[in-house]
Design a protein around this ligand. Sequence first.
Ligand code: PLP
Length: 463
Amino acid sequence: MNPSSLRPTHSPFPLKTNPQKPFLLRLNFSPRRRTTINSCLNLDLEQPTTAPNSEKLGLGSSKDVMEMEAKVLVGTYARSPVVLATGKGCKVWDVEGREYLDMAAGIAVNALGHGDEEWLRAVTEQAGLLTHVSNVYYSIPQLELAKRLVDCSFADRVFFSNTGTEANEAAIKFARKFQRFSNPDNKQPATEFISFTNSFHGRTMGALALTSKVQYRSPFEPVMPGVTFLEYGNIEAARKAIQHGKAAAVFVEPIQGEGGIHSATKEFLQSLRVACDDAGALLIFDEVQCGLGRTGYLWAHEAYGVYPDMMTLAKPLAGGLPIGAVLMTERVAAAVNYGDHGSTFAGSPLVCKAAVAVLDKIRKPGFLSSVSKKGQYLKELLVQKMQGNAHVNEVRGLGLIVGVELDVPAAPLINACRNSGVLVLVAGKGNVVRLVPPLIISEQELEHAANILAGCLTVLDSN
Ligand SMILES: Cc1ncc(COP(=O)(O)O)c(C=O)c1O
């Protein structure tokens, strides 16, 4: 099938390129907004928007970039064949000037979309003041961010890292330290961990050990020993395993992202809480993907009314800059001493100032309720437009983390959507289309995404 035939005739997102200058983007900003953005970025938007080096390297077209990259980068990523150059709001453009509606948001990272003005102002101002100092010294933005996170969560204290996997590594260490600290006479304090089917916690040796997909772990074994995987949602299995008393902590995503958009039940999380309390194990919620407003709640666990001892965060926290965080109660933090853990880069003034801007925006009145409303609308649209198709098993999720489960691989549908100007992600066993757009997305943009997804479903019959 020719994917271009799937392009709607009246796309609300027409290409805005100049055929004479294919790399020249004309973003339709008002003159005032254009001046603000130009002065912030020191950018002339009339200039070609290819990466500055691409001409010097003899790179211009997507094809050139892809060919060159294949020669110099380690092949860890199966990339989609798109070379993105610019973004604004929920749209991104490739180096040829093709426009895409971004329903992927850098894998649930760009919560405020691309180039949010308040975020941009915070970053540019802080970059002019101080970018990095290391954790040898104090800095104000780190304190500002920590104070906000503590004020708006169950937690008393925060540890910063740079990524989600690092946040989970830190939580692993803190859990083990907690067990030693709180059972000083026990010669064999609990050191093991419990994790669940379809979980994803990261790719470093500890977090990888907690990640359920065997093919991620097996080429690198031995990973951290002592992890038991239980069926996600199986209350009885969890109760039995935790009762055993060997687990330092239980790691669980209240809503699993990579695993295929599976939501925990309230009873499941409640039973984990009770079992952990009875056995002296810590309950750790990994909200790297589902946290920070994505579900329409600031923290996904608020939807369940169950609270953890630690929570790990990352993806959207700094609006696209690398950050991770472990939030914890005083009881856990009391076990952690100078030198137990650390990072050169974590909590830098630049990244923390960006995160303060993100958090302040997400916490503005009406922001979270708009995420809930838009998430509900997106699910309704998808059900209405796709449920008649025999390949669609289920539309599920909460807020703006939504999955469409198919009875066949999702790749052909994802490729067809991309060719029709909408970026979506895969999840689960390759059979789930994952939609995690910027939280600022409009209803009109959601309608466009749903139309394209539904219109592209026909590719599933020809594959
Ligand atoms: C729930 C969850 N935890 C941890 C991670 C790892 O985060 P990072 O890729 O920043 O290391 C991810 C990444 O997708 C995730 O979804």
